[in-house]
Design a protein around this ligand. Structure first.
Ligand SMILES: Nc1ncnc2c1ncn2[C@@H]1O[C@H](COP(=O)(O)OP(=O)(O)OP(=O)(O)O)[C@@H](O)[C@H]1O
Ligand SMILES: [Mg+2]
Length: 319
């Protein structure tokens, strides 16, 4: 059994004038100790997929369905509020794209990390507080005591992002979902934080799902890559294969024109607009921008075909 198993995940948001189809049948898995990268342009459904997997989206408005949504053996769709609360932080934790959303503005950082620890483990307030400071020091915060005493709005974006990573790691989760965890940080600190996440991953045998636009981060941090477009998984392959031999025309375009893997190098913008999630194109969502599309691509979504060991893609050209 996989640590995280997602099959045929669909997430939509009904609106007054239609339905936003954010995720349209995504499937992938993550094993313990493994790092999975999720890439794809803005709006492709990366964040929504991860938030849905951890049941962090409010329902309603979100509508979630899947043939399988398992995290560490728990059926996340069947889990009730209590079960979800006991899993959060301890089994699965998430580092959010916007660090402000992770913290409650009315409590100090130290209090919030401490309470996360105390939610899952017997610890005095004082013990939890000093553990919080130790965690802050581990994410390279130089004055952990002062930061622990600060309220979220008193910290810079980069500092908050580090504090959020400390909080996410505070209960040693079995799997960490990290959504652009280092974007607000400068390159040196980014490297330190990624190093820390990798160390903890090895130490705890933690599974890692990393959403990023940064090709350097993908190359250095992940074992396998899932490429999303228009709410669908276009391709999935081991990281070397994604760079050396991308199979899907979208992946080829996304990885295109990279002279090297300098840190901070971002994925390429592809000409044309991304699909409207309230009115997605028929067939393959990439067909309107694909240089190799034909009539079949516009008519029918291609099946997922195996393209190598642990690799698959959804493209008519590969069938
Ligand atoms: N609460 C919501 N209500 C309505 N639509 C939403 C909601 N949350 C996300 N969406 C829509 O779902 C789609 C997928 O969004 P998502 O945030 O997952 O994209 P993403 O791949 O993470 O993009 P980015 O790289 O910009 O973070 C987008 O069209 C977005 O506007
Ligand atoms: Mg996102």
């Amino acid at each position: 059994m996989h640590l995280v198993e997602i099959s045929d995940l669909e997430v939509s948001f009904p609106q007054a004038d239609g339905v936003v189809q954010a995720v349209r049948g995504a499937s992938f898995h993550v094993d313990a100790g493994e790092s999975l990268g999720i890439v794809g342009e803005s709006g492709s459904g990366k964040s929504v997929t991860c938030m849905a997997a951890l049941r962090l989206l409010r329902q309603p408005p979100a509508r979630i369905s899947a043939s399988r949504l398992n995290v560490d053996g728990t059926d996340m769709l069947a889990a009730d509020k209590r079960k979800l609360a006991s899993l959060r932080g301890r089994v699965a934790a998430m580092v959010f794209q916007d660090p402000m959303t992770a913290f409650d503005p009315v409590f100090t950082i130290g209090y919030q990390i401490g309470e996360t620890i105390r939610a899952h483990r017997e610890a005095t307030k004082a013990a939890a507080r000093s553990e919080a400071e130790a965690l802050l020091a581990r994410v390279e915060i130089r004055n952990p005591s002062a930061v622990a005493d600060s309220y979220p709005h008193q910290l810079s974006g980069g500092m908050l992002q580090r504090a959020m990573i400390a909080m996410a790691l505070s209960c040693q989760p079995r799997v960490l979902f990290a959504d652009e965890p280092t974007t607000a940080l400068d390159v040196t600190v980014q490297a330190q934080i990624l190093q820390l996440i990798k160390e903890l991953q090895a130490e705890l045998g933690m599974g890692l799902v990393m959403i990023t636009h940064d090709l350097g981060v993908i190359a250095e941090t992940v074992d396998r890559v899932v490429v999303m477009y228009g709410g669908r998984v276009m391709e999935e392959a081991p990281v070397d294969a994604i760079f050396d031999a991308p199979q899907h025309p979208y992946t080829v375009a996304l990885m295109g024109s990279m002279p090297g893997l300098a840190p901070g190098r971002r994925l390429v913008e592809i000409p044309g607009g991304s699909p409207d999630p309230s009115n997605p194109p028929s067939g393959c969502p990439f067909h309107p921008r694909c240089t190799q599309a034909d009539a079949r691509c516009a008519a029918e979504m291609p099946p997922v075909v195996r393209t190598g060991p642990q690799a698959q893609a959804a493209c008519w050209r590969l069938t």
